[in-house]
Design a protein around this ligand. Structure first.
Ligand code: ADP
Ligand code: MG
Ligand code: ZN
Length: 571
């Protein structure tokens, strides 16, 4: 044991004093104090705290207080550089070892580490994967090992880094050194995977509430698949917020360049940022974003992890993210100062097709692909759903007691819902009869019994013309919604996408009437007559219950896995 048996180990009072002295913060917030106390008591920890929740100090303070060196594993050089710079300016002895250093610099850092001058040493996972560095670190007195952005270890997460896999050996390499893994990604399966992969079986797990009451969230369905229209919409949203600092996320590098240019022409300080730029160029742009008033970063997901700008007033998704985790992390970059901020997400049916296409092209195991596909659908179901946004996301994260936020688009203007179960059954039947041979427009024509040059085989089908009671735009809305729910799929690998049936189990459940399909817009032709609109209730509507059932089911799966794993260990 490294701690001097003569003096009691540092406690929370000392930790609080350090927080005040080094960072100038009056007190811990959220679960920070509990996490810090656990590490000071030399126990392993997994801490899942929201973005901006202050995960860094959870390991930085114990590293400063405990004798020895705190080793921090961080996935991005830019992140490490920022943190180390900030710590140095605050008078903390911190250094980093990464591929960007010269041989001399490396030697100096290692010398400082050896002589006990350093409190914190940041390394990359790739660095640690090389045996040479591990050997050098092995005989150093380590106070703790911190694994930042620990979700990178999990293939279920949205940011998997293969090098993180090697971190499972840390416990063996540095026996007796307390380890702390921190992340903002809270999905139960990812959490479980982090614990297993990092061999943190005995860790205390802390999961903070994901509530971000100062964020006002909304989602807007794109009016068309036209990029020009989406761009124009984004420009309009940004111009209405002129002078505020914000982030616009785009799905592609092209998109970033285009929107940033358009913003500049519109007199706004738009800055493009993506991985196609050199490191120094990106650094320059990040500096401008941090320093200039009213700067709007127009970026791909290459931008964000660890960026600490407190006064970001809005995050706009010109294209939706890939999962609810990514969504929460990205909108979470707004309003870190606790002042009101907005998160606005634009989404459309073509985005699902695009998301699936991208997933399809990525080299990964089928199982992982199917999980990520499901995650993408859950995101779209939320975006096109009628449940309070934060409530839906927090329940997804397992916060089953989360209530409505009161300020999101759904809370402030509950949409009229229509029971579209019968039309949905008709549409699914038509798609099935048509055997996935047609695109959306032609399916609508088929339902209306209106196809030009109809072939006898088509007009012989039992679904021919069964949807005359609904206008074409109503049908298009219903088909779109069925896609957002994953009940229909558009083949993404096609210029003129064909529509087929989605998740067979859910399709069957809709056929049997076990799942009700509710659509938000007024399908023309449905507003009159039997389908009376009703206001969505935010607390206990069917959708919330379905979501709860989904959460329960996922926890059940998790428990089953735990049981399996436990019994495996006894074999
Ligand atoms: P994340 O959890 O996203 O990694 P950081 O560790 O980067 O968050 O912290 C986000 C910001 O919150 C930083 O500016 C940090 O100094 C600040 N912060 C951390 N702890 C506290 C606290 N107890 N009180 C006030 N501000 C804090
Ligand atoms: Mg962080
Ligand atoms: Zn709400």
């Amino acid at each position: 044991m490294l701690s001097d048996s003569q003096t009691p180990p540092p406690g929370l009072d000392a930790a609080r004093a350090t927080l005040e002295r080094v960072w100038g913060h009056a007190d811990f917030r959220g679960l920070q104090a509990k996490v810090v106390a656990e590490i000071l008591a030399e126990r392993d920890v997994l801490a899942v705290l929201p973005t901006g929740g202050g995960k860094s100090v959870c390991y930085q303070i114990p590293a400063i207080l405990r004798p020895g060196l705190g080793l921090v594993i961080s996935p991005l050089i830019a992140l490490m550089t920022d943190q180390v710079e900030a710590l140095r300016q605050q008078g903390v002895a911190a250094a980093r070892l990464d591929s960007g250093l010269s041989l001399d610099e490396r030697t100096n850092v290692l010398r400082a580490a050896r002589s006990g001058e350093l409190d914190l040493l940041y390394v990359s996972p790739e660095g640690l994967a090389s045996g040479a560095l591990t050997d050098r670190l092995r005989d150093l007195p380590l106070s703790l090992i911190a694994i930042d952005e620990a979700h990178c270890v999990s293939q279920w997460g949205h940011d998997f880094r293969p090098d993180y896999r090697t971190l499972g050996r840390l416990g063996e390499l540095f026996p007796g050194v307390p380890r702390i893994a921190v992340t903002a990604t809270a999905d139960a399966r990812t959490r479980d995977d982090i614990l297993a992969s990092l061999h943190l079986e005995h860790a205390a797990v802390f999961v903070d509430s994901f509530a971000r009451p100062n964020l006002q969230l909304s989602a807007i369905r794109k009016e068309s698949a036209s990029r020009a229209k989406t761009d124009a919409h984004v420009i309009e949203l940004v111009r209405a917020r002129r002078g505020q600092s914000g982030v616009v996320y785009c799905g592609s590098r092209d998109g970033c360049e285009r929107v940033a240019e358009a913003l500049k022409s519109a007199g706004t300080n738009g800055i493009a940022y993506h991985a196609g730029m050199s490191g120094p160029e990106r650094d320059r742009r990040l500096e401008r974003f941090l320093a200039e008033d009213g700067a709007v970063m127009v970026a791909t997901i290459a931008f964000g992890m660890g960026v600490d700008k407190a006064d970001v007033r809005f995050v706009i998704h010109a294209d939706p993210p890939g999962s609810l985790e990514a969504y929460w992390q990205e909108i979470g970059r707004a309003g870190r100062d606790g002042e009101p901020a907005e998160g606005i997400t634009l989404y459309g049916p073509s985005d699902i097709a695009w998301t699936l296409k991208r997933l399809d092209g990525r080299p990964m195991a089928e199982e992982v692909k199917s999980v990520q596909t499901r995650k993408a659908r859950q995101l779209f179901a939320m975006l096109d759903g009628a449940i309070c946004r934060p409530q839906a996301v927090r329940r997804y994260f397992g916060e089953t007691d989360a209530g409505p936020c009161g300020v999101c688009d759904i809370c402030s203007d509950p949409p009229a819902l229509y029971d579209a179960t019968v039309p949905a059954q008709k549409a699914l039947a038509a798609v099935q009869r048509l055997g996935g041979r047609f695109g959306k427009g032609r399916i609508v024509d088929h339902l209306l019994g209106k196809t030009k040059d109809v072939q006898p085989w088509e007009s012989d089908l039992s679904t021919w013309g069964i949807g005359k009671e609904i206008a074409p735009t109503g049908w298009r809305d219903i088909l779109d919604h069925l896609m957002f729910e994953g009940l229909l799929l558009e083949d993404p690998n096609d210029g003129k996408p064909l529509v087929g049936l989605g998740d067979p189990e859910r399709v069957r459940a809709v056929y049997r009437g076990e799942i009700a399909v509710e659509v938000r817009r007024t399908p023309p032709g449905m507003a009159t007559g039997r389908a009376a609109p009703r206001r969505a209730k935010n607390d206990r509507n069917a959708a919330v219950e379905a979501l709860d059932a989904d959460v329960r089911a996922r926890f059940e799966t998790l428990r089953a896995w735990r049981r399996d794993r436990a019994s495996e260990q006894h074999v």
